[in-house]
Design a protein around this ligand. Structure first.
Ligand SMILES: NC(=O)C1=CN([C@@H]2O[C@H](COP(=O)(O)OP(=O)(O)OC[C@H]3O[C@@H](n4cnc5c(N)ncnc54)[C@H](O)[C@@H]3O)[C@@H](O)[C@H]2O)C=CC1
Ligand SMILES: O=C(CO)COP(=O)(O)O
Length: 337
C-alpha cells in the first residue's frame, strides 16, 4: 500500500509522524506555514528547532503552499496545535471543495478548543463538509516524538467511528517499531489525550517542588479518575482509560522530561514565572489551555475535578502551588470509588 498523504504541521510530532509514513513507502507532503522551516527541511533535511540531531530522508518533501501539498491526496493528517486546527481545516476545506477530492482525515493533536469545548474530530467534521472527506480518525497514545525518532518501541491507538477508517490508519503507520491498535471510542481517546496534559503539568510541578514517587503515583491515579469521570459524562467507554490513550499516555507524559507539559510544570514548581516558562519552551504546551477548558467544562457539567481545579487556580488565578496541594489534601475524606 502506497498512499499520497499530506501532513499538516511540521513541529516535533508532525515531522516525526511524516518520517514514519515516509519510511513505510508513502508519498508524504509535509506542510508548514513557516517558509524558513520548509527551506531547512528541503535543503538540509533537518527540523532543528523541533527535533534535535535528526536527519530526514530526502524523499520527505516539505511544502509551504497548502494547495500543492494537497494535490491528489488520499489522506490528510492534521498535527497542528489545537488552537490552529479550525483555521487550518477551514483552508483545507476551501481547497477540497475546489478539487472535489474526498480524502480520509486523521489527526494527532491533543487538546480541546477554548470556549466551544469541542474535540479535534468535532472541529474537523464541522469545518470540512462530509462531501469533501471520508471518516475522521484520531491517532493517539503514549508517544514522544523524540522516542519515535530513534525508533524506540511505540504503541498507539487509531480511533474512529468507522472501523474501516481505523484499520486504514493502522495500515498506514504500522511498522517494526510503531504498532497501531484500532479503537472505536473516539470521545474517550480524544478526552484522555487532551486531559492527560493537565496531569503532566501537575506531575512536573510535584517534581519541581521536591515531592517523591508516592505523590506522583497519587496524582496520576486520581487524575485519571477525574479524566474518566468527565469523559464518561459524554458517553466515553471507561475501559479506554486503562488503555494507551488513558493510563498509557498519563504514564509517558507525567514521568518524562521529554514532555513539554511535564517540563513546564517542573519549572513552575521550581518557582519560575509562567510567562518565562512559555517563552523559553518555544513549543506548544497544550496543557495550559486545556486546563482552562477542562475546568470550565467540569463546572458546566457538574463533574468533580479537584486536581484540574487546583491546577487552574495556580495557572489562571495565581494561587500558591503549595497552598493548592495542601487544600487538596485537606478535602473531606471520601470513598475511593
Ligand atoms: N511532540 C510530541 O511528542 C507529541 C505531540 N502531540 C500533539 O501534536 C500537536 C502538535 O504538537 P507538536 O508537533 O509537538 O508541536 P510543536 O510546538 O513542536 O510544533 C507545532 C507546529 O505547528 C505549527 N503551527 C503553530 N501555529 C500554527 C498555525 N496557526 N497554523 C499552522 N501551523 C502552526 C508550528 O509552526 C510548528 O511547526 C499538539 O496537539 C501535541 O499535543 C501528540 C503526541 C506527541
Ligand atoms: O502527548 C505527548 C506524548 O504522548 C507529548 O506530550 P507533550 O506535549 O507534553 O510533550
Amino acid at each position: 500500500m502506497s498512499e499520497k498523504i499530506a501532513v499538516l504541521g511540521a513541529g516535533s510530532w508532525g515531522s516525526i509522524l511524516a518520517n514514519v509514513l515516509d519510511g513505510n513507502g508513502h508519498d508524504v507532503r509535509l506542510w508548514s506555514y513557516n517558509p524558513k522551516q520548509v527551506e531547512e527541511l528541503n535543503t538540509q533535511h533537518t527540523n532543528s528547532h523541533y527535533i534535535k540531531d535528526f536527519t530526514f530522508s530526502p524523499s520527505l518533501v516539505a511544502y509551504s503552499d497548502l494547495a500543492s501539498a494537497l494535490v491528489d491526496v488520499d489522506a490528510i493528517l492534521f498535527v497542528v496545535p489545537t488552537k490552529a486546527v479550525r483555521a487550518v481545516a477551514g483552508q483545507v476545506s476551501e481547497i477540497l471543495q475546489k478539487t472535489g477530492l474526498q480524502p480520509q482525515l486523521i489527526h494527532a493533536s491533543k487538546g480541546i478548543e477554548q470556549k466551544t469545548y469541542k474535540r479535534i474530530s468535532q472541529i474537523l467534521a464541522e469545518e470540512i463538509p462530509a462531501t469533501n472527506r471520508k471518516s475522521v480518525t484520531v491517532l493517539s497514545g503514549p508517544s514522544h516524538a523524540e522516542d519515535v525518532a530513534r525508533k524506540d518501541i511505540t504503541l498507539i491507538t487509531a480511533a474512529s467511528e468507522s472501523p474501516d477508517a481505523a484499520k486504514y490508519t493502522q495500515k498506514l503507520f504500522m511498522t517494526s517499531y510503531f504498532r497501531v491498535y484500532t479503537n472505536s471510542d473516539v470521545i474517550g481517546v480524544e478526552i484522555g489525550a487532551a486531559l492527560k496534559n493537565i496531569i503532566a503539568l501537575g506531575a512536573g510541578a510535584l517534581h519541581g517542588l521536591g515531592y517523591g514517587d508516592n505523590a506522583k503515583a497519587a496524582l496520576m491515579t486520581r487524575g485519571l479518575a477525574e479524566i474518566s469521570r468527565l469523559a464518561t459524562s459524554f458517553g466515553a467507554d471507561p475501559m479506554t482509560f486503562i488503555g494507551l490513550s488513558g493510563v498509557g499516555d498519563v504514564i509517558v507524559t507525567a514521568t518524562s522530561s521529554n514532555s513539554r507539559n511535564w517540563r513546564a510544570g517542573d519549572e513552575l514548581g521550581r518557582g519560575e514565572a509562567l510567562d518565562d516558562v512559555i517563552n523559553h519552551m518555544g513549543m506548544v504546551i497544550e496543557g495550559l489551555a486545556t486546563t482552562k477548558a477542562a475546568y470550565e467544562l467540569s463546572q458546566e457539567r457538574g463533574v468533580s475535578m479537584p486536581i484540574t481545579e487546583a491546577i487552574y487556580q495556580v495557572i489562571y488565578k495565581g494561587k500558591d502551588i503549595r497552598q493548592a496541594i495542601s487544600d487538596l489534601m485537606q478535602r473531606e475524606g471520601r470513598s475511593e470509588f
